[in-house]
Design a protein around this ligand. Structure first.
Ligand SMILES: C[S@@+](CC[C@H](N)C(=O)[O-])C[C@H]1O[C@@H](n2cnc3c(N)ncnc32)[C@H](O)[C@@H]1O
Length: 303
């Protein structure tokens, strides 16, 4: 199974890459969007792709081996929060467009052994980075070593989990007996901690806690804020930044950043309301249902 690029037509319309452009895809993954961008920038253009997950990047490299279209691409393993340094290594000083498609792909959710999915038993890591080192924060560190109140705050603040306190209590009790090491161990604790009706609800009772832990582990909200600011600074006049977010916390960061830049006359918001997938796209790719696309064009605006 491959990851289906979300809002592909809309991304291309709003990013509007032209022959000779240098475009950043800050969240490369399977290269679905990148491939379309490469077709547009042509022989004299360039695509810089950043991907934090080395396993994903290796898979992409295998797929594109010998593919001429990808000769104009530089693929970098790293975190887009450091995109200024990463682009400097490629001697790129200006960008003619930047795309951010946040979160993780369906492939990572289905196939990764890093514990993103509550439906798959795996070590409780949740790091986008494959092979985290001893100094990298993992979900196991949070549930085993953080205070009960801090865990509840993460579950509520990043997941909107209404039973955050009960779940944090369950975690604190369970870890007294044994360190919580796997996704299924955590799933069992969550299920035991919440009311039966919630366990049978439309949304799985583990969804919000897993999302919250992933956001905390990867410091996702700060990373997004830093990444889009840096990309925006590197954009040439008249070029565009396009973002796709999957939950309201991500979307709010982008929305506020765009508003602030527009207020300061630094650019024009192209999407007054965020674009969302059509019913047809949701039917073909149900996981895209919460996607929201925002776009902004850089350029000094007359007062
Ligand atoms: C939703 S997928 C992108 C899908 C891609 N646009 C496509 O169509 O194939 C998001 C990707 O961004 C990567 N990612 C998430 N946060 C990142 C970060 N801070 N720096 C670099 N890559 C990141 C994830 O590992 C994942 O592969």
């Amino acid at each position: 199974m491959t990851h289906i690029p979300v809002l592909l037509k809309e991304v291309m319309e709003y990013l509007d890459p032209k022959p000779g452009d240098i475009i950043l895809d800050a969240t490369l993954n399977g290269g679905g969007h990148a491939e379309e961008i490469l077709k547009e920038v042509g022989e004299n253009g360039k695509l810089i792709g950043i991907e934090q997950d080395m396993e994903v990047l290796e898979k992409l490299k295998l797929r594109i081996e010998g593919n001429e279209l990808w000769e104009k691409a530089s693929l970098i393993n790293g975190n887009f929060r450091n995109l200024d340094e990463l682009l400097a290594l490629c001697k790129i000083e200006k960008l003619d467009g930047a795309l951010f498609d946040f979160g993780l792909s369906s492939l990572q959710l289905d196939e990764s052994d890093r514990g993103f999915s509550f439906q798959r038993n795996a070590p409780l890591l949740m790091t986008f980075k494959s092979g985290p080192g001893p100094n990298d924060l993992t979900a196991a560190d949070i549930v085993n070593d953080w205070g009960e109140k801090d865990i509840a705050n993460v579950l509520y603040g990043y997941g909107g989990e209404k039973y955050s306190r009960r779940i944090a209590r369950g975690i604190a009790e369970a870890r007294k007996k044994k360190r919580i090491q796997t996704t299924f161990a955590l799933v069992e604790i969550i299920r035991k901690s919440v009311p039966a009706a919630y366990r049978r609800g439309r949304i799985d009772c583990c969804t919000r806690s897993f999302q919250a832990l992933r956001i905390a582990v990867n410091d996702e909200l700060n990373v997004i804020e830093e990444g889009i600011k840096k990309a925006w600074e590197m954009l040439s006049e008249g070029s565009r930044i396009v973002t796709i977010s999957f939950h309201s916390l991500e979307d709010r960061i982008v929305k506020n950043f765009f508003k602030e830049e527009a207020k300061n006359g630094k650019g024009k918001i192209l999407t007054k309301k965020p674009l969302v997938p059509s019913d047809e796209e949701i039917f073909l790719n149900p996981r895209c249902r919460s996607a929201k696309l925002r776009a902004m064009e850089k350029g000094v605006q007359a007062e």
